[in-house]
Design a protein around this ligand. Structure first.
Ligand SMILES: [Cu+2]
Length: 113
């Protein structure tokens, strides 16, 4: 009985907390494996400050799908970039716009609530 309850909780109820802003900044890591540090991020609606950190050597960018003209962060050679974007509640997609990178898997969901 206890085992069954445990399994049910693991399958249905276990929610991994989304990486969310800490000290007002949402930290997103760029990896040379063409990945962000997480497949999914969370933030509250309004001004969202993103800290983009490169954990690798290759240059990467960060944009929000359909809002590419409002924010573009770029990192290379171990640098960090910070930018702010105002977003309403909804589901967004973050991706790297360097040719080939998004196709290689460099995108993540951003849930704004
Ligand atoms: Cu990239």
């Amino acid at each position: 009985m206890l085992l069954l309850v445990g399994v049910a909780a693991a399958c249905g109820g276990a929610v991994t907390p989304l990486p969310a802003p800490v000290d007002g900044m949402l930290r997103v890591v760029a990896l040379d494996t063409l990945d962000f540090g997480s497949d999914q991020y969370g933030a509250e609606a309004g001004e969202i400050t993103i800290q983009y950190v490169l954990d690798g050597m290759q240059g990467h960018s960060l944009v929000v799908e359909d809002h590419e003209d409002r924010l573009r962060l770029e990192v290379s050679g171990g640098s960090t970039a910070v930018g702010t974007i105002d977003l309403d509640a909804g589901r967004y997609i973050l991706y790297c716009d360097i040719p080939g990178h998004r196709e290689g898997g460099m995108e993540a969901r951003l849930l704004v609530g």
